[in-house]
Every structure is written in structure tokens, then in C-alpha cells.
Design a protein around this ligand. Structure first.
Ligand SMILES: [Zn+2]
Length: 193
């Protein structure tokens, strides 16, 4: 089953995905307007539980997009991870498409955009995402390249910072070797507050 491969941005790690059923629809490609295939499959994911994978593929222009929508939404969770050694960069990070990412020490706060998909990566992968995001807004903000270089230094040399993931769906997670560096906070209320 290949459909999940676009969703899981793993760093040298395979996440097992089990397809349970599939449905195919013909839709209009949002980019070129040609006929695209929309697939919906029900999965049992190790992190998320039962979830629907929705993917759109356009053969005409190559447009591809996939996302995971959980069937069971849990309580909102805020996860704090104290990174202070190079080894901490290898901690596995699962970020749902509804979760925001913050690193207060670096002034980073990324809210999930409409195009966000679920990501399985590690702390270094999160920093790479931040770097990519900075470079993609380079046109708007002159300091972005400098900021991206700063992130590169941190990836190379390490740094102390707190990685915070705030997930209204409650399915994101950080899995470090040393769980003492992790604080998990279940938050009352919904995504709106
Ligand atoms: Zn297309």
C-alpha cells in the first residue's frame, strides 16, 4: 500500500499503515482543472487509532496531496520537550495537521496552515520544517535567510530550547529516550481557546 507514503515524512523510519477499505472518486484537480482521483481509505494507525486517509492525485499536472483525518478525536494536549543535547534531536515527533509548533527561545510559532498534513519526523525534522518555512517567506522578510542559517547552526552544534506542540486533536506526540524531559499537559476546552 503506497498511498500513505506522501503523508508520512519519516526520517529513515517506516511507519506501518494498514489499509482497511478504499473508496475512489473522480474530482476536478484544484491546480489544473483536469480529472483527478480522490481516494479515501480507512486506516488503523499506530499513533492515531482509526483514521481516514484522504489523497488527491492528478496525473495531468502531478498534483498530489494527502492528509490523515482521525476518526476519534481525543482531548487537546500541549507537549513540552526540553531539548538540551544533540541526542534529543533524534526524538520522534508526530504532529497532526491540526497542531501548532512553538519554540519560544527561537521566537518560532507555526500555526497549521490549510495545507498542513500530518507529519512523522524527529526534532531535527521539525527544525528543517521551520527552516523551509523561513526560506519560503524570504521574499516577504529580508531576515529570513539569516534565521535559516541560525537554524542550520543549531542543527549542527545543538542548543537548549523547548519544543512545544499544541494539538486540539490530542494525537500528536514526542517520544524521547529520556521521558523526564517531557511534560504532557491535557488542556480543558477546545481548539478555539
Ligand atoms: Zn492537475
Amino acid at each position: 500500500m503506497k498511498a500513505g507514503s506522501g503523508v508520512w515524512m519519516s526520517e529513515g523510519e517506516k511507519v506501518s499503515v494498514y489499509a482497511q477499505s478504499g473508496e475512489e472518486l473522480r474530482v476536478e484537480c484544484p491546480v489544473c482543472g483536469s480529472e483527478a482521483i480522490l481516494r479515501e481509505s480507512l486506516y488503523e494507525l499506530p499513533q492515531v487509532g482509526r483514521a481516514v486517509l484522504v489523497s488527491i492525485t492528478c496525473r495531468a499536472c502531478g498534483y498530489k496531496r494527502a492528509d490523515v483525518v482521525p476518526c476519534e478525536v481525543r482531548r487537546r494536549v500541549r507537549i513540552y520537550y526540553a531539548v538540551d543535547s544533540p541526542e534529543d534531536f533524534n526524538a520522534r515527533v508526530v504532529r497532526s495537521s491540526a497542531a501548532s509548533v512553538e519554540i519560544p527561545e527561537l521566537g518560532i510559532s507555526i500555526t497549521p496552515g490549510a495545507a498542513a498534513s500530518m507529519v512523522v519526523t524527529n526534532v531535527e525534522g521539525v527544525l528543517r520544517m521551520v527552516q523551509d518555512a523561513a526560506l519560503s517567506i524570504e521574499v516577504l522578510q529580508g531576515g529570513a535567510k539569516h534565521f535559516a542559517d541560525e537554524i542550520e547552526e543549531i542543527i549542527k552544534k545543538g542548543a537548549r530550547f523547548t519544543l512545544i506542540i499544541d494539538d486540539p486533536w490530542g494525537i500528536s506526540s514526542i517520544e524521547p529516550r529520556d521521558s523526564a524531559k517531557l511534560i504532557l499537559e491535557e488542556v480543558e476546552g477546545t481548539a478555539a481557546d
